[in-house]
Design a protein. Sequence first.
Length: 533
Amino acid sequence: MINIYQLFPRLFGNRNTKPKYDGDINENGCGHFDDINDNILKTLSDLGFTHIWLTGILRHATQTEHSSIGLKPNHPDITKGKAGSPYSITDYYDLDPDLAINPAERMSEFDQLIKRIHKHGLKVIMDFVPNHLSREYHSQKSDIEQFGAHDDKNVFFSPNNNFYYCPGQSFASPLHNNDTAYSEIPAKATGNDVFRPDPSVNDWYDTVKLNYGVDYSDGSRHFDPIPDTWNKMLHIVKYWCYKGVDGFRVDMAEMVPVEFWRWMIANVRENYDILFIAEIYQPALYNSFIEAGFDFLYDKIDFYNIVEQVLAGNRPASAISDVWKNLNGNDDRMLRFMENHDEKRLASPHFLGDANAARPAMVLAALMNKGPLMIYNGQACGEPALGATGYSGDDGRTSIFDYCSMPNLQRWFNGTLNEKQLALTDFYKELLRLRNSNKAFSQGAFYDLMWCNPWYSNFDPQYVYAFLRYTENQRVLVVINFNHHESRNVSVKIPADALELMGMRHFYDSMSGFESEVYEVSLEPSGMKLMYL
């Protein structure tokens, strides 16, 4: 099975225990490629991870100067935080110099990291950010034509352009500084489809939308001949494939036309066996993106959103059945997670306040289907993301915009986790072991038991969720209690059709009128039971 460890190098290796609010790289420190050493990689491999997603490694907008390699700070009007957004790319062919011990040798240090990762039997995933780039994008590769070099800036749209323009209008940053205001004439459209010159502070004002041949003024699509942007992006992906990258997590894939993905993925796979994962939030597009060649899609809208509400007590556990019903058979193509760089930390006071309360959700994410599981760095240590760090406020997320650190992860490195934190890391280790070693989970079918265990039976669908995973030779009943404070003693009924599917005998229950078997299960708060049948 695919188990992905999302690793943010800037944060992961930072050992600064007392970072300052809004501190710069010299004050607060920064992780490096070299921090992802053999010991770390062996540990992750031994835990059962198969892939490392190196998040935020492309060169992006930042207020940090690297004069030794000719890189000036980006303009503060269009840069989010001191460190900058890792999704405001300034060069698709380059790496963040912050991550290198010697910035001039950053590519060599990255090459060595890829070799280390592969040596431990792990595969490398990196971000591909196709929808938008930094307003100050400029590649240092001399043989590559810059985006927009031949654009007609006097029109909103041309199929030959790389960008969209607001002709005759100047860009107005929401962080406008009258003394040193950033100048962009004419203004380019902003990354989150803002086709005016004055994006708000809540927009992706630091980025520019790329033109793939869709005229957003009338919805028309211009894909013949192949747009210039398509060829440029294919070249970028092949560049990193040649470097040894094994897969791409594609940022906001749904904002780029599916026709491009069908063309690009087919071209890449003529020469490379590459994994493609789409960040996507529109279920209506799932089938077309799978047909276009994506291996897996984000299960945010169905799994994450529903389970988040169940964890918070805003929906009953029985609502989890809507996950597989809504996915229409795509369950095993969905990447599941309960944390990533965009979401609130489970242990944050803004969410659960206790990472152990999320155990039921992680059991579901890991064991409900055969699709990939993703765990964010610091998650297994109960990283709480306490307080504001600078550009990023106190919002329950570990900042991707600031030079900061993760204290619980540092305790993991140092061997100073407390008893509760160690128990949590053991839980994650066991969860990965179950996924990898038990064929019922890695290869088996899924059966939802909620339909035959209603509220009026000795069951509690408000807080308890039950399902089966089985193969011809292995059968597991999984029962989970989402109540964080109270135990539950329930009777779980397995109906005749499920027993037949699993090859088990059954008998007639005169009380219920069903042919079934019933299992008595005791559950601790936020507890779960696995019963091998």
